[in-house]
Write a protein that binds this ligand. Structure first.
Ligand SMILES: [Zn+2]
Length: 277
């Protein structure tokens, strides 16, 4: 099995890093448009521009295409399936800087590593974005298609939208998200092994996200509604009380941990392919 191709065979799209000025111009323009279209908050747009800058300058236009695929499909998923109608912020699906960092930070590190040594950055970028896409697609489609999610660890039914709760439709959608990112990355680099790594690691990252969410994510309870929630303020407006979980491990932190696990797995896969084959 020759899972790894040397970078000399990489497509020109992803062989050359984009010049810094062109990367900065492109990333900030797209982030500004996303902010205008209310896909990002202003700080979220700044964070997204930095992620784009790292990927374009490290992994070229190809990296930008993979990041764009993640961003466009994730935004489309949350707009196509506007689930939280009872939320006071309904209609505001803008991603915050924390959400951008949790989903794109690990990929940005891969962008900074870039092509040296020998394509390592690409494995990190693809794995991290495949994980982020899988989790986002699973969450949005899972909530929208309904059905009763079950806690991944206990098998108990949980309310829709609960971290660590999974449905069949959501899990299939997540697999679809990982597959799309893997295929796009494989296509722009010309590395079939990268596509395989993206699909496998993206799916694994989504599972890791659910395990972390089910086992250790912080939970609160609203005394007014007698409902469990994941934020210190319930959507009814009342302050919620701590119930269980690690106090600082909120949903963004779980996402950041899952994408970091994915990025690490991508780096490990790259290293194993080099030493083993
Ligand atoms: Zn409440």
């Amino acid at each position: 099995m020759s899972g790894y191709s040397p970078p000399s065979t990489v497509n020109s799209l992803s062989a050359e890093p984009v010049a810094l000025w062109a990367a900065a111009l492109t990333a900030s323009t797209i982030a500004a448009v996303a902010w205008q279209l209310k896909s990002l908050t202003a700080p979220g747009a700044v964070a997204a521009a930095l992620v784009g800058l790292a990927l374009l300058s490290g992994t070229g236009w190809g990296g930008g295409i993979v990041l764009g695929t993640f961003f466009i499909t994730s935004t489309a998923a949350s707009r196509t399936f506007p689930w939280e109608k009872q939320s006071p912020t309904f209609g505001d699906s803008r991603r915050t800087a924390w959400q951008v960092a949790a989903n794109g930070g690990a990929a940005a590190v891969g962008g900074l590593i870039g092509m040296a040594p020998a394509g390592l950055g690409w494995w990190i970028v693809t794995a991290a974005l495949a994980g982020a896409a899988a989790d986002t697609w699973a969450t949005e489609v899972g909530k929208a298609t309904g059905g009763t999610p079950r806690d991944l660890l206990t098998g108990e039914p949980v309310p829709p939208g609960t971290s660590g709760g999974v449905t069949t439709a959501g899990t299939l959608a997540g697999a679809g998200g990982a597959t799309v990112i893997g295929l796009v990355a494989g296509a722009v680099t010309g590395w079939p092994a990268l596509a395989v790594a993206g699909v496998v690691i993206g799916f694994g990252s989504m599972m890791a996200d659910s395990v972390l969410g089910a086992a250790w994510q912080v939970r609160y309870a609203c005394p007014a509604c007698r409902a469990e929630c994941e934020e210190p303020r319930h959507r009814c407006g009342a302050a919620a009380e701590y119930q269980r979980g690690i106090p600082w491990l909120n949903n963004d932190a779980v996402n950041a941990a899952a994408t970091t696990i994915a990025a690490s797995a991508g780096g490990l896969w790259w290293w194993l392919a080099r030493v083993a084959f």
